[in-house]
Design a protein around this ligand. Structure first.
Ligand code: ZN
Length: 244
């Protein structure tokens, strides 16, 4: 049963907002219904709030999400998939950008995404920068390619600090994994930097000056946000945006 137009696979609570905030706000104004699937919500990662327990951090990050949700009105519904994020799952000394990929993790996540999506169109992180949780999310969602249309999105802030050749390689990898030809879909916005900045500032437990600068750099480079969509996803998203 199709309950929503699409589901965003958000590795962490801030990824959908940071990477797709402009698109989601635009669709919110058009009353399109969509769902955000937060994958790894059990977290003690809050670099700008020290001395909190895992429970407190998990709650704090949920509050930040709710605050972003107010910008989306009734368009959005949320699902937490209750995954444990990399520093807790793999150990505090894990290098989250080099940790080896483990297919049992993505298989487990794929089943939860499938059960919670409520749609056969998925918006999926490219895992630019190769954060292990983003990579697990990409591979999990990609494994649903026979039943779901897919649009990959460029991960912000990482797209602001990653070389263009590495980004191209990541897009090629995602295309090969899903056996799809991916077309770029840019969500252009004249005030992209200010718009992203306002959204990023909601996530104070994750974002300070350094990250803000990376978010702004990504927004400037893209002139907004960019997705790489298969044919079906491209047609559907374009229609939802009003045929732009
Ligand atoms: Zn993330």
């Amino acid at each position: 049963v199709k309950q929503v137009a699409f589901a965003v696979v958000s590795p962490h609570r801030d990824d959908a907002a940071l990477s797709l905030g402009s698109l989601l706000r635009r669709l919110g104004r058009r009353h399109v219904r969509f769902r955000i699937l937060n994958c790894f919500t059990v977290s003690d990662f809050a670099p700008y709030h020290s001395g909190l327990t895992t429970e407190q951090v998990t709650r704090l990050r949920r509050r930040e999400d709710r605050c972003f949700g107010r910008l989306l009105g009734r368009s959005v519904s949320w699902r937490s998939l209750h995954g444990v994020d990399a520093p807790l799952r793999r150990g505090a000394d894990v290098d989250i950008f080099r940790a080896p990929f483990d297919v049992t993790e993505s298989n487990a996540l794929a089943r939860r995404i499938e059960a919670a999506a409520g749609a056969d169109l998925l918006l999926v992180p490219l895992a630019i920068g190769r954060h292990i949780d983003h990579l697990v999310a990409r591979r999990a969602a990609g494994s649903l390619r026979s039943t779901h249309a897919i649009a990959f999105f460029e991960d912000i802030p990482y797209a602001g600090t990653t070389a263009e050749t590495d980004i191209r390689q990541t897009i090629d990898d995602a295309a090969a994994e899903t056996k799809r030809i991916l077309k770029p879909l840019t969500i252009a916005s004249r005030n992209a930097v200010a718009e992203k900045d306002a959204i990023a500032r909601i996530y104070r437990s994750q974002i300070a000056a350094e990250e803000l600068e990376e978010v702004e750099r990504a927004a400037r480079r893209l002139g907004g946000e960019r997705l790489w969509a298969d044919d079906v996803a491209f047609a559907r998203l374009t229609a939802l945006l009003g045929g732009a």
